[in-house]
Write a protein that binds this ligand. Structure first.
Ligand SMILES: [Zn+2]
Length: 510
């Protein structure tokens, strides 16, 4: 009997080992990456692959070219795919705060609320906090400010995402090992009424964090990692965010480099928690901002930057294939981006956007103000050819966007003339509803330039806000199979918790 029992045990152990050996993806991952493309859904992904196909010498209208490996994004090559809903408790179109709360805490809430329920009375723990309590190291990376809605969803509980000083105060109290990317939106005073007014730099220091702000010091962390470090990109272009990838000078870090620094700081070190692995959240936050502004080239640049950061995690995965899980998704679509446009039908011309050299933001900050100042005196909006007769502006449109006036149709010229009038002196022939539809609160001439440039390439936009389409999920590695299927965005948090063997069932009250 005893002998038989022993042989049965041996058989059971052998089978378990066989299963584990043949199916590493069912294992509990030690290292967990969650990549979040803000505003990223299928259109942003397909447009980026069409762009890559074009710049790599192929045609965005040929399947054989589109399918070549070098034209596919890293995320699209992952073996597991899923799809998630994006709506929140009271809106078909979520915002990043309620979406972040869904996939960090596992609950639906109201737009604008972070880490709390829809009554704004009960705070919940995020999957990052639960991983930290379980002894894992935790890192948060974002190309926008570290107190912005998505990163904040992993450590803060606030009734209003606009309380950015309160959010940053909570950041300093996390104990998390790494923060990196943009800076802080309101580090020395309240962001708005109702917010706290703490000096965050002092609080970070008190809590034992070191703040690193230059490229060489940050890159040095790859070989000499630190614990409790906050890495802030040298240039913060707008709202304490890293610059768009297409505007980035060499002295700045890419999202991939920031991710590599984070990986080093989380993987190595003296703390006992290094043995327990890590949870790292990386957000490509300005994909969303570029889509709000309907700028396809800025969107695609940040999509590639985000996907290259995914590549850094895949490099790590190749070294630790049995211990690593990588999940990539978006929180919602932004801009109602379409792959195809009414004016181009079934054709695509991605070569037509290649002449754009900088983002709408860079143009708005560095080129447009000087032009406006030089030509606004005595401007008469009632003339019909203000733009056509201004060779300086036509040259700027050509050099900055590759838009050639003589190649535009009459309707496009009329739209540009109206937008130019509106931008130069605040007045044009349009009614207010028409202006709202055409410009959405953005600088009329700039958003009209990107609209026309994008539609010529076959890229359309239907909104300046978020839209309600479901978003794809991609995964690879240990436990990745649980991310296949069509599920709710709150299930992302629950699946991540399950993958990390977190015993509490989400949502977990604080
Ligand atoms: Zn947004």
């Amino acid at each position: 009997m005893i002998r038989m029992k022993k042989s049965m045990i041996n058989l059971a152990v052998g089978l378990t080992m066989m299963v584990a050996g043949s199916s590493a993806w069912a294992d509990i991952p030690k290292y967990v990456f969650f990549f979040l493309g803000d505003g990223m859904s299928s259109a942003q992904i397909q447009a980026t692959e069409a762009y890559l196909t074009t710049i790599n010498g192929g045609s965005a209208t040929k399947a054989a070219d589109l399918l070549k490996s070098e034209n596919r994004l890293n995320m699209c090559k992952m073996p597991i795919q899923g799809m998630q809903t994006t709506y929140d408790a009271h809106a078909l179109m979520t915002d990043s705060a309620s979406a972040g709360t869904a996939f960090s805490c596992g609950i639906k809430t109201m737009s604008g609320v972070i880490g709390m329920d829809e009554t704004m009375t009960i705070p919940y723990k995020s999957v990052a906090e639960l991983a930290f309590e379980k002894g894992k190291k935790v890192g948060i990376v974002s190309s926008v400010s570290l107190d912005h809605a998505t990163p904040a969803s992993y450590y803060a509980n606030v009734t209003n995402r606009g309380y950015m000083n309160k959010i940053a105060t909570q950041l300093t109290e996390t104990g998390y090992d790494f923060f990196g990317g943009g800076g802080l939106a309101s580090p020395v005073g309240p962001a708005r009424s109702g917010d706290t007014g703490n000096n965050i730099w002092n609080l970070l220091s008190t809590q034992g964090y070191s703040v690193v702000k230059d490229r060489d010091s940050m890159m040095a962390l790859k070989s000499k990692p630190k614990e409790k470090v906050v890495c802030i990109n040298p240039w913060l272009q707008d709202s304490a965010a890293m610059p768009y990838a297409i505007d980035r000078p060499n002295s700045n870090l890419s999202l991939k480099e920031m991710t590599e620094v984070a990986i080093s700081c989380l993987k190595k070190g003296n703390s006992k928690r290094c043995n327990n692995g890590f949870f790292l959240m990386v957000e490509g936050g300005k994909i969303d901002w570029a889509c709000h502004a309907n700028d396809a080239m800025a969107t695609i640049g940040d999509m590639i930057d985000f996907d290259e950061a995914v590549g850094a995690a895949l490099d790590f995965y190749k070294k630790h294939p049995n211990d690593t899980l990588i999940v990539v998704t978006g929180d919602h679509e932004t801009g109602g981006m379409s792959v195809g446009h009414a004016t181009t039908g079934y054709s695509a011309y991605y070569d037509r956007i290649l002449g754009q050299t900088n983002s709408f933001t860079y143009f708005g900050q560095n080129v447009w103000p000087a032009h406006k100042a030089a030509y606004s005196a005595g401007y008469n909006w009632s003339l019909s050819n203000n733009l056509e007769s201004n060779s300086a502006m036509l040259n700027v449109m050509k050099s900055e966007f590759g838009l050639i006036w003589s190649e535009l149709n009459a309707h496009q010229k009329e739209k540009l003339e109206d937008a130019y009038d509106k931008s130069m002196c605040g007045t044009n022939n349009n009614g207010s509803d028409e202006n709202k539809l055409l410009y959405g609160g953005y600088e009329p001439i700039i958003v009209t330039i990107t609209h026309i440039l994008n539609e010529n390439a076959s890229i359309g936009w239907t909104s300046y806000s978020h839209t309600g389409v479901p978003v794809p999920v991609y995964a690879i590695g240990a436990s990745s199979r649980i991310f296949s299927g069509f599920y709710d965005n709150t299930d992302i948090a629950k699946k991540l918790a399950k993958a990390m063997n977190i015993r509490q069932s989400l949502p977990v009250k604080k």
